[in-house]
Design a binder for this molecule. Structure first.
Ligand code: SF4
Length: 176
């Protein structure tokens, strides 16, 4: 078995190529679905169920975090009107990665990282900056090695649901 790493997962599609890459690099990923930013809760559960499809294919453990949208709203307070990719998104990344760091400590897993970097709509540099002071964070850029295109290809192959908004109610509003 490889070295355990806690992988924060934002959704099933983004997990596909990230998991494939970690396995190919000798890691044993434990998947952590911690995404209280997602709205509404039914969407949170839908994305979680799609992650389970990916996890089953690889026989990987999945941990479901509590859905605490109120705490997330508090964390991004004052930034409700920010445009996507602005300060609200950095606070959002930070919120989820702090929870992931805490879960890694609780489980005694030394390293953690996130699937957030696979998206071509998110800056890996910003995500790395947000997490740089968190012990154990691994700067793995899942966009590299054609990660985004591979995630699209695998999502189609697995028949996964691919959402058309980032996750929170503000991104849903802006999409509309
Ligand atoms: S747009 Fe996406 S990254 Fe930004 S705050 Fe909303 S859910 Fe988080």
């Amino acid at each position: 078995m490889g070295k355990r790493i806690l992988l924060h997962v934002c959704c099933g599609p983004c997990s596909t190529s990230s998991v494939e890459r970690l396995l190919s690099e000798g890691y044993e990923p434990v998947l952590f679905f911690s995404d209280s930013n997602i709205f509404p809760e039914s969407e949170f559960l839908k994305r979680y169920e799609n992650l389970l499809i990916v996890a089953r294919r690889h026989g990987l453990e999945v941990i479901l975090d509590d859905y605490d949208h109120e705490a997330w709203r508090e964390a991004v307070k004052g930034h409700e009107e920010d445009r996507e990719h602005g300060e609200r998104c950095s606070l959002c990344f930070r919120f989820n990665l702090l929870r992931t760091a805490a879960k890694a400590r609780e489980l005694g897993i030394d390293e953690f990282t996130t699937t957030l970097t696979v998206s071509r709509f998110k800056s890996s540099a910003v995500i790395f900056g947000v997490a740089e002071d968190l012990e154990g964070f691994q700067r793995i850029d899942f966009k590299k090695k054609d990660g985004f295109n591979r995630s699209v290809q695998l999502s189609r192959e697995y028949g996964l649901y691919r959402q058309d908004y980032c996750g929170c109610e503000f991104s849903l509003r802006d999409r509309r």
